[in-house]
Write a protein that binds this ligand. Sequence first.
Ligand SMILES: *[C@@H]1O[C@H](CO)[C@@H](O)[C@H](O)[C@H]1NC(C)=O
Ligand SMILES: *[C@@H]1O[C@H](CO)[C@@H](O)[C@H](O)[C@H]1NC(C)=O
Ligand SMILES: *[C@@H]1O[C@H](CO)[C@@H](O)[C@H](O)[C@H]1NC(C)=O
Ligand SMILES: *[C@@H]1O[C@H](CO)[C@@H](O)[C@H](O)[C@H]1NC(C)=O
Ligand SMILES: *[C@@H]1O[C@H](CO)[C@@H](O)[C@H](O)[C@H]1NC(C)=O
Ligand SMILES: *[C@@H]1O[C@H](CO)[C@@H](O)[C@H](O)[C@H]1NC(C)=O
Ligand SMILES: *[C@@H]1O[C@H](CO)[C@@H](O)[C@H](O)[C@H]1NC(C)=O
Ligand SMILES: *[C@@H]1O[C@H](CO)[C@@H](O)[C@H](O)[C@H]1NC(C)=O
Length: 303
Amino acid sequence: MALLTKFTFVMACWAVTFITVADCSIYPSEMSGDSARKLPSAFIPVSQASTLGSFYSLSLSSTFPEDLEMNEYCIELLRIYRQRYVTYANCLVTYARPVKICQNCYTGFNSLEDIYKNISSDQPGPGNVSCHDSLMRSDRLMLLYALFSKLDEIWTSAECKQCLTEDQEALSNDTVYFMATLNQSLSCFEQHQRNHTELCKDCKASYKRLKELYGRMDKNQTLCIDLEDAMNITQQLWSKNFSCLLPREETVPVIAVSSFMLFLPIIFYLSSFLHSEQKKRKLIHPKRAKSNNSLMNIQDKFS
Ligand SMILES: *[C@@H]1O[C@H](CO)[C@@H](O)[C@H](O)[C@H]1NC(C)=O
Ligand SMILES: *[C@@H]1O[C@H](CO)[C@@H](O)[C@H](O)[C@H]1NC(C)=O
Ligand SMILES: *[C@@H]1O[C@H](CO)[C@@H](O)[C@H](O)[C@H]1NC(C)=O
Ligand SMILES: *[C@@H]1O[C@H](CO)[C@@H](O)[C@H](O)[C@H]1NC(C)=O
Ligand SMILES: *[C@@H]1O[C@H](CO)[C@@H](O)[C@H](O)[C@H]1NC(C)=O
Ligand SMILES: *[C@@H]1O[C@H](CO)[C@@H](O)[C@H](O)[C@H]1NC(C)=O
Ligand SMILES: *[C@@H]1O[C@H](CO)[C@@H](O)[C@H](O)[C@H]1NC(C)=O
Ligand SMILES: *[C@@H]1O[C@H](CO)[C@@H](O)[C@H](O)[C@H]1NC(C)=O
C-alpha cells in the first residue's frame, strides 16, 4: 500500500516536472521576454494545458458548429419517436407467443405511426421547420425510416387491421364474438380434461361452432394472426392432445362420388347391354318395314 502511494507520488512528480520543463522550453521561443516574465508560476500552464486537452477531445467527438445542429423541435420529435418505438417493440415481444399482438398493441402502433407521420412529413411544423430532411435523409442508413418500415411490415403481414374497427381504435365486433366462442371451447376442454372420451363427446358441439365461425370469418377476411394462431392451437389440442375426430360433412359428397366411380364399369356394361338389345329390336324393325313396302307394292299393283 505504502509502496503504491510512493510510486504514484513519484510518477506525478515526474509528470509535473516533465510538463513544466517542456513548457519552459517552448515559452522563450514563442513569447517576448516581457510576457514570459508575467507568468506567475509553473503550475498554471499545466492546468491550462489539461483543460485545453479535454476541451478539444470533447469538441471532436460530439459537438458540431451551431448551424449544423438539429432544430429543437426535431430533437423533441426524435425523443417522442424513441419512447413510442420502445413501447411498441416491447409490446410485440411480450405478446409474441402465443400471438396476441393485434389485441394488445394497436394503441402502441397507432401512436408510433402518428409521430412517424410528423417526422416524415414535408409540412413544416411550428417555427416553420420540417424535420424530414434533417432526421430522415441526412445519411445513407436512414435508420429512423428503416426501423419504422420493418415494424410497419410486421403489422401489415399480421393483418391486424382485419381484427380491428375501421379507425383501428378498438377490436371489431367479429373478433370479440370469436374470442367468446373460443373461450367456450377452451372452458369445455378445461372441464373435461381428465376423461378424453367424455371431452370429445361433450365439447363437440362448441368446437364445431367455433370451426364454422372460423370458416365464415376466413371467407369474410376478418381474421388476423391472433385468431389464426388461437385456432391453430385449439385445433392441435383437439386432434393431437385429446385425439378427437370430428366427422366432417365434406366426406359425404366424397363418398357419394367415389361410390359412383366404383359402379361406373357396371353401369357401362349394363348400358351397353341394353343398347345392343335395342339395336337388335331395330334390326328386326326394318324387315317389317320392307315387308310393309312390298305389301304396299302389292297393293299398288292391285289398285
Ligand atoms: C404532429 O402533427 C399533427 C398534425 O399534423 C399535430 O397536430 C401534432 O401536434 C404534431 N405532433 C407533434 C408532437 O408535433
Ligand atoms: C417558411 O419558410 C419558407 C421558406 O423557407 C418561407 O417562404 C415562408 O414564408 C416561411 N413561412 C413563415 C410563416 O415564416
Ligand atoms: C358492435 O357492438 C356494439 C355494442 O355491442 C354496437 O354498438 C356496434 O354498433 C357494433 N358495431 C358494428 C359495426 O356492428
Ligand atoms: C372465459 O371467460 C371468462 C369470463 O369472461 C373467464 O373468467 C375465463 O377465464 C375465460 N376462460 C378462458 C379459457 O379463457
Ligand atoms: C370416461 O368416461 C366414459 C363414459 O362416461 C367411461 O366409460 C370411462 O370409463 C371413463 N374413463 C376414465 C378413464 O375415467
Ligand atoms: C360476413 O359478412 C357478411 C356481410 O358482409 C355478414 O352478414 C356476416 O355476418 C359476416 N360473417 C361473419 C362471421 O363475420
Ligand atoms: C400452425 O401451427 C403449426 C405448428 O405449430 C405451424 O407450423 C403453422 O405455421 C401454424 N399455422 C398458422 C396459420 O399459423
Ligand atoms: C399437448 O401436447 C403437447 C405435445 O404432445 C404438449 O407439449 C402440451 O403440453 C399439451 N397441451 C395440453 C394442454 O395438454
